[in-house]
Write a protein that binds this ligand. Structure first.
Ligand SMILES: [Zn+2]
Length: 176
């Protein structure tokens, strides 16, 4: 299913690069990050190469989020994490020119060293309203089916989306 010869995540998905999988089905593989931000840091990788979140069909995206939640819960109960951060990225390794839509699943612990920082900006009420209006109008366009991102011309046809499959992780069902 992997379709990009030069992409490190396609190579992981097709086992051309060895990894430590924690979950695998026909459409996805989740592996331990070899440079983890914290103990149990996983990468959820669609086996099909999507350059971005916006290329993946809706049902693939929903399945990915559902799996990320299940794996996150598995991290809570198996690793003693207190929380789990989900980070979406198109490009993991600096200098890697081939993006592949993946989700980082990062367990958080009381004593971890993860620190997301930014300088909080001060905006006026008018500025906030203007930004909110821009986003609201963009959401309407997206809902109407306008593609938010131009597709690259050389992009290969994405394979058909996988069939809906219940997640089979050996954990108690949980209501979120
Ligand atoms: Zn890829």
């Amino acid at each position: 299913m992997a379709d990009n010869e030069k992409c490190v995540f396609c190579m992981i998905a097709s086992k051309r690069i060895p990894s430590n999988p924690v979950y695998e089905d026909e459409a996805f593989i989740a592996v331990l990050d070899i440079n983890p931000a914290s103990k149990g840091h996983c990468l959820l990788i669609p086996k099909a190469h999507y350059n971005s979140l916006y290329e993946a069909p809706q049902n693939v995206y929903l399945q990915m989020m559902s799996l990320a939640r299940a794996i996150g819960y598995a991290l809570l109960i198996s690793q003693g994490a207190t929380n789990v951060d989900l980070i979406y990225t198109q490009e993991l390794i600096k200098g890697n020119v081939t993006p592949h839509s993946i989700i980082h699943i990062i367990p958080r612990y009381k004593d971890d060293t993860i620190n997301y920082t930014w300088q909080p900006n001060k905006l006026t009420k008018e500025e906030l309203e203007a930004i909110a209006n821009e986003i609201k109008s963009a959401i309407e366009k997206v809902k109407e089916g306008e593609k938010p991102v131009e597709q690259p011309p050389q992009q290969k046809q994405a394979p058909p989306p996988p069939e809906e499959k219940p997640i089979q992780l050996d954990v108690k069902p949980v209501v979120f």
